[in-house]
Design a protein. Structure first.
Length: 581
């Protein structure tokens, strides 16, 4: 038996255990209920205690059975030239002794890129990592932290071949770094476009589809200089996290406090210009990596790889034949990359198969005993009739929570902790955005049978909802709830090996001739995706969903009449199964 562990102690705290070639992975936020498991102070580290405990229990092992433990380094300020040993000791002290004494550090960006490359199935690839910031690169003033990193990747080497580092400029009290973080650039603009209380980056990406990028493009493009050899320079302070400095564009001043007061059309135009300038910079770096590596495939990771519109642009314009985005490109995925490094490079184990699903987390458990609140009722014993029953509900435009199998790892629901609906009515998107307290301009995503996707969408999607594709014009009017204002959709393809939603999607296709369902995460505004059956029931009732499936049990809202779906669910004698209340 071989077992390796990857841990992330920073925001998006997570644990990943690989044992005998199987991944067990989970994010601490699903237990804490705090999105990203983010602490109130950036320098505070958090051990993924409950996620780690679940991984061990799921695998049936103890800490003594683990061969290697790796974690990404993230100390923001090197300490007197001994920052590696200091950080390692600090993190080790947060673990049981048997794990702490085995703990070793890997760079943050290397963990990011390996979370994609070692699952991509590619022999040779270029790697690109872009985020707000990663590991310290040294104590010298001219270095700083990882921001934009390029790799040449093969089974025998992980070569860092490109690094965009800060430049030095005169400051108020001497030399100062001017940082080139595209992650901070995008976030800074999002904070000035999206009112507080919303997910700034994701909301700005959505709003960009409604804007005219030309209106503010020159002003934003002047902030980002693209030089030779993939160089990126961002004018200070926009390449560093800065929520306070006013942005002067034309005659208007934009601040985080004034976003609410700006007209929606102006906010959309600034969002569109920001998205264009951001994407151009990333494509600029990617083309340089293509020239350096001559690789056919680009592996992209880091927080900026969550920008699915960017990923669609990269696929079209980077010059690579293939784009592989890490299944979990955000910081939680660094635990996966650290574990895969130990599995493949340290232990020399064979590569894991390229996944078609990320159901690496816990099962939902059983429904709570007793009567359900709000007049909801549970029905068990449907057996083979469950899938036809739920497909009939969906075909009749009911909104259904869907909780089956292992919880997804990553920020997006992939058919295991989802809310599903028929994509055929625009009003369904409006209703769901209202239920989840999301801005109405935000799109909802489609999931589609992999073998049918090309008839409905243009471009190559992936199983992890990581890139946008274009809807075929002739099909758009059949799925208006999942096609965005600009004709794009963040598509998840569902292969035959998907253990959660595939049978339901097949039955829905049979009933409606539509191989697509609307999919959004089962959660409340500002909270992580929900983990347990009990949480799912509470959410279904509070959100007012029409139905909920938890494993093999169906929960119905009081306004959904049993005879609506009786024909699909009835037994050979035409009887309705006895409700288990």
């Amino acid at each position: 038996m071989s077992a390796v562990l990857g841990l992330n102690f920073h925001h998006d705290t997570s644990a990943c255990l690989i044992i005998d070639g199987r991944i067990h992975a989970a994010e601490e936020e699903r237990w804490s209920g705090i999105k990203h498991n983010r602490t109130t102070r950036e320098t505070i580290l958090t051990a993924p205690t409950r996620a780690l405990d679940w991984c061990l229990r799921s695998a049936g092992i103890t800490v003594d059975d683990i061969d290697h433990v790796w974690t990404p380094s993230m100390r923001p300020t090197p300490r007197h030239g001994s920052w590696v040993s200091t950080e390692q000791a600090e993190l080790a002290a947060m673990l049981p002794e048997a794990l702490g004494k085995r703990l070793k550090l890997i760079s943050h960006h290397t963990a990011h890129v390996l979370a994609g490359y070692l699952l991509s199935g590619e022999e040779h690839a270029a790697g690109l990592v872009i985020d707000a910031g990663g590991s310290a690169l040294g104590a010298d003033i001219a270095t700083g932290r990882e921001r934009i990193t390029g790799y040449d990747l093969s089974p025998n080497h992980i070569d860092r071949i490109h690094q965009v580092t800060p430049t030095i400029a005169p400051g108020p009290s001497g030399p100062a770094r001017v940082h080139p973080s595209l992650g901070h650039f995008y976030r800074n603009l999002a904070l000035r476009v999206i009112p507080p209380g919303n997910e700034a980056e994701g909301s700005m990406m959505a709003l960009a589809a409604f804007g005219d990028p030309d209106r503010y493009y020159k002003e934003l493009r002047d902030l980002v200089h693209l030089g030779d050899d993939g160089h990126v320079h961002i004018a200070a302070p926009w390449g560093s996290y800065d929520p306070d400095t006013p942005l002067q564009v034309e005659d208007a001043v934009w601040t985080a406090q004034s976003a609410d007061s700006k007209p929606l059309d102006a906010r959309a135009d600034l969002a569109a210009a920001a998205q264009r300038a951001f994407a151009e910079a990333v494509v600029h770096v990617a083309r340089h990596l293509r020239h350096l590596t001559t690789a056919r495939t680009l592996v992209f990771s880091g927080g900026c790889a969550l920008n699915s519109h960017l990923n669609g642009t990269l696929a079209e314009q980077s010059g690579f034949e293939n784009l592989f985005v890490a299944p979990a490109p955000h910081d939680a995925g660094t635990a996966v990359g650290a574990a895969l490094y130990a599995w493949n490079y340290v232990l020399g184990q064979p590569l894991l198969p390229t996944p078609e699903d990320a159901d690496w987390g816990p099962l939902p458990g059983a429904l709570p005993d007793g009567a359900l609140a709000g007049g909801y009722r549970s029905v068990s014993g449907l057996g083979d009739r469950l899938i036809p029953t739920v497909a009939a509900l969906l075909s009749d435009h009911h909104i259904v929570g869907w909780v089956r199998g292992g919880m997804e790892f990553g920020p997006r629901a992939l058919g295991h902790r989802s809310i599903l609906a028929h994509p055929g009515k625009e009003a369904t998107k409006t209703r769901l955005n209202a239920l989840k307290q999301r801005a109405d301009f935000r799109p909802l995503a489609p999931l589609a049978l992999a073998e049918e996707a090309s008839a409905w969408f243009l471009g190559n999607a992936d199983p992890f909802m990581n890139r946008v594709v274009r809807a075929r014009h002739c099909k758009s009017d059949r799925m208006p709830a999942v096609v965005h204002h600009d004709g794009t959709a963040r598509l998840q393809t569902v292969s035959r090996s998907h253990s959660g939603v595939r049978p339901l999607l097949e039955e829905f296709h049979r009933l409606t001739s539509v191989p697509v369902l609307l999919n959004t995460s089962l959660n409340f505004k500002g909270t992580p995706i929900l983990r347990t059956a009990e949480q799912a029931v509470d959410a279904a009732i509070e959100l007012g969903l029409d139905a909920l499936v938890v494993e093999d049990t169906l929960v119905l809202a009081p306004h959904v009449r049993s005879d609506t779906v009786l024909s699909a669910a009835s037994g050979t004698d035409g009887s309705w199964p006895t409700p288990q209340l």
